[in-house]
Ligand binder design. Structure first.
Ligand code: DX5
Ligand code: ZN
Length: 219
């Protein structure tokens, strides 16, 4: 069985109880916490920012897998690094200079991810693949939880896995959006090793998050 990590998205959590929700996820076996940051500009939704992450940081030792759906992103990287993000993932369309933004994230000793929207080709980040720790493949158009998985991203996962194997790169392949019990196996078999999930983890099996995390891991 492949070693799969689960990164629950707190976008689907009870925002009035975020500290407790993160504790619940940690106790339920989450490998990291996926924090969706949205600015109402890069995506048509607004969520949380550095002050909330800073407060949550005190509640958990888990890796904070921070997904920045904000633009322009470069000038905010320091704020998220200082707030306690462990992995900072940005969208190439949100920066004027991807290489510079990647290096800026690394300057804070944080892991760096780049995210590909469903319509964005691997080619636009290919040159940076040797420098990143994670590629976040969006399997929905970013902005909301509870959307339907877009099956044609499977091909993109396979391409990323092929490049990783051929060039002996070390990036994780994380897939984000519409992940459920019926598509998780196919996503992992295509090459993903980290699954993000919000709706499936918080809503399935009457909200039994431990069972849902375990079920997603059983691929
Ligand atoms: C969407 C976010 C995803 C989303 C996942 O823009 O990046 O992380 O919250 O939620 P589900 O699993 O409900 O699709
Ligand atoms: Zn996300």
């Amino acid at each position: 069985m492949k070693k799969i990590q689960i990164s629950p998205s707190i976008l689907s959590a009870d925002f009035s109880q975020l500290g407790n929700e993160i504790k619940r996820l940690e106790d339920a076996g989450a490998d990291m916490i996926h924090v969706d940051v949205m600015d109402g500009h890069f995506v048509p939704n607004l969520t949380i920012g550095p002050p909330v992450i800073k407060t949550l940081r005190k509640n958990s030792k888990l890796t904070f897998d921070v997904h920045l759906m904000i633009a322009p992103v470069h000038k905010y990287i320091k704020d998220f690094a200082d707030a306690g993000a462990d992995i900072i993932t940005i969208h190439p369309e949100a920066t004027d200079n991807l290489k510079e933004s990647i290096n800026h994230i690394k300057s804070f000793k944080k892991k760096v991810g780049v995210s590909l929207n469903p319509d964005t080709n691997v080619s636009i980040i290919e040159r940076e693949l040797e420098n990143v720790d994670l590629v976040l493949v969006m399997s929905v158009h970013p902005g909301f939880g509870g959307q339907k998985f877009i099956p044609n991203v499977i091909e993109k996962i396979k391409i990323l896995k092929k490049i990783k194997d051929e060039k002996n790169y070390s990036y994780d392949i994380e897939v984000d959006g519409g992940i459920n019990f019926s598509n998780s196996k196919e996503v992992v078999n295509a090459g993903a090793n980290i699954l993000v999930s919000g709706t499936t983890i918080f809503r399935e099996n009457n909200g039994d998050i431990k069972k849902n995390i375990e079920t997603l891991k059983e691929v």
